[in-house]
Write a protein that binds this ligand. Structure first.
Ligand code: SAH
Length: 364
């Protein structure tokens, strides 16, 4: 089994040697021609995975109200940048905008900006949120108070993997298997037995893991978190980062590939399966603090959505619903909040300027 992108990756490995997992992941997801996100809409029942905004309109609506509350708490600045990283189909933003339309003065104050690399998804976003401005990088967002949302964005950013050997922590690379051919390339992970001089790339909670342990680090994620934080520290605003992952940096392998809602091999069909890794929220928090922001959480998604009033919102929607719609609303609420579903695995981290009030859902 291989994929069109396998040949490009194999050629690169033959020419330049084994590649870090992060490079493989970045190519598999973002290669301009064959990258996973570049060629398809992966969301929904017919795709490879489903996300919270695609499950229910309540998710985006509650986030819209969270933005409104945070905006009011910071003195309702008259011009703000409302940005989303990796907006998928634009569903979350469309739902959020519908909810915040009721807030006096907010809609005229905001400019919508999307950071998106996929032309396929950007085209769908344009249908759902026609008046946005698109960017393929974060740094071209205009200056000003920044209200930023990232749902299931950080799990798609490349990670590096390290394995602790007797000699020290060594990086895991992608190599060609012995029976790999030009026509039908195949890959396997292997440890390059050169201990990293830069062991401090690992978090304290990872460094002392026993020999044989694997640890993941996402320098790209830390860079995003620090950049977002320093904008917010400088210009005001807030960020809401939602993803599945763990609250503390720890050793353990979480890189996974998903195709048609099933787990598949990470290395078999690069470009045709979604590759993600659990988000290390402690690493994001450390980077955001370095950027100068106040950090709240991470708290569990279920706790966050309940604090924002998902229960009341569901009741209100059900009052106008058919019995079948009412069942769908109940089941969506359950999927988003219950511990057996997304409620506990998914976490929420919020960033604000240092002197700002605690955002909704994070008050103690
Ligand atoms: N937030 C959406 C979609 C999540 S899927 C939702 O919750 O439904 C991940 C999204 O991030 C996709 O829109 C994908 O195209 C985008 N993406 C992945 N890597 C990216 C990168 N490096 N820069 C910008 N967008 C990226």
């Amino acid at each position: 089994m291989s994929s069109p992108l396998s040949k490009n990756i194999a050629r690169l490995i033959r020419e330049t040697g084994p590649m870090p997992i992060s490079h493989f992941m970045a190519m598999a997801l973002g290669h301009p021609k064959h990258g996973y996100y570049m060629t398809r809409d992966p969301l929904g029942a017919a795709g490879d995975f489903t996300t919270a905004p695609e499950i229910s309109q309540m998710f985006g609506e509650l986030i819209g109200l969270w933005i409104a509350e945070t905006w009011i708490a910071q003195g309702s600045p008259s011009k703000i940048v409302l940005a989303e990283l990796g907006p998928g189909r634009g569903t979350l933003m469309a739902d959020a905008l519908r909810a915040l339309r009721a807030v006096p003065g907010l809609l005229p104050a905001l400019e919508i900006h999307f950071v998106e690399t996929s032309p396929v998804l950007a085209a769908i976003q344009k249908q759902n949120v026609p008046n946005a401005t698109w960017h393929d990088r974060f740094d071209t967002l205009p200056e000003g108070p920044l209200y930023l949302i990232a749902n299931e964005f950080f799990d798609a950013l490349p990670i590096r993997q390290f394995v602790r050997t007797k000699q020290g922590w060594c990086e895991r690379y992608v190599m060609l298997t012995e029976d790999s051919t030009e026509e039908s390339p195949s890959f396997e992970p292997a440890i390059v037995p050169v201990p990293q001089a830069s062991n401090d790339i690992l978090a304290a909670g990872q460094r002392n893991a026993p020999i044989g342990s694997l640890a993941e680090v996402s320098p790209a994620s830390a860079a995003f978190a620090e950049d977002i934080a320093s904008r917010i520290a400088k210009h005001g605003g807030a960020a809401l980062i939602i993803d599945y992952g763990h609250p503390k940096s720890a050793a353990g392998e979480t890189l996974q590939a998903l195709r048609k809602h099933e787990f598949v091999s990470v290395f078999e069909t690069p470009g045709e399966a979604d590759l993600t890794a659990h988000v290390d929220f402690e690493a994001l928090a450390v980077a955001a603090k370095a950027g100068g922001a106040e950090v709240y959480g991470p708290i569990e998604q279920g706790t966050f959505l309940r604090a924002l009033g998902i229960g009341e919102r569901a009741e209100r929607l059900k009052a106008k619903a058919t019995p079948e719609q009412a069942r769908d609303i109940d089941s969506a609420e359950h999927r988003l909040t219950s511990r057996e579903e997304m409620g506990s695995l998914f976490k929420v981290l919020a960033l604000t300027p240092k002197d700002a009030p605690a955002p909704a859902g994070f008050e103690v």
